[in-house]
Design a protein. Structure first.
Length: 181
């Protein structure tokens, strides 16, 4: 009787991973919304390209790059998160399958996420520097501080992963926490 209850609970918990699937579908919806905003921004920029200053064009292009990076971030979270926590994505040997798909574990996903956030923050900071005359020193200082916080967070995450070692085991000088061979 206890074994049947245990099996039922374990099956229930294992199958509960499918509760995450709607989150990933929602993120696909977020990518569609981001695409709509990208197109809207592009159509806003295009008509005035010949009358815009170089700085205005750079800011507009950086905004598009920023949106592209957010889209890449969403795609990484969707693919890696779904494959790590729900189920493998079976598209066979499709020629367009990204090389990293199926190879990014949770640790790799964290590093890729923080790297993307740092890149997005860097683009925002670059936009502020291009537009430095229109931003207060205080706001610029906040942007630099936030960016440096993201950079430091990324470095600390990478260090924690390195300390943790392969397969989530702590690395120790004598290897006593290493996985068995």
């Amino acid at each position: 009787m206890n074994k049947r209850i245990e099996n039922f609970l374990e099956t229930l918990m294992f199958n509960s991973r499918w509760l995450l699937a709607p989150f990933y579908v929602g993120m696909v919806g977020a990518m569609i919304l981001l695409l709509v905003k990208f197109i809207q921004e592009f159509l806003h920029i295009a008509p005035g390209i010949f009358s815009s200053s170089e700085g205005e064009v750079i800011l507009a292009v950086l905004t598009l790059v920023d949106m592209s990076l957010v889209g890449n971030l969403l795609l990484m979270v969707i693919f890696a998160g779904y494959e790590n926590f729900v189920s493998k994505i079976n598209v066979g040997k499709h020629e367009d399958r990204p090389d990293w798909m199926g190879k990014v574990n949770y640790s790799g996903l964290k590093i890729k996420l923080i790297a993307s956030i740092v890149a997005i923050s860097g683009i925002e900071l670059l936009k502020a520097f291009v537009n430095v005359n229109d931003i207060s020193d205080r706001n610029l200082a906040w942007k630099v501080g936030i960016h440096l916080t993201f950079v430091a967070s990324g470095v600390f995450l990478a260090l924690m992963d390195k300390i943790e070692g392969p397969h989530g085991h702590s690395s120790s000088p004598k290897g006593e926490n290493a996985p068995p061979h």
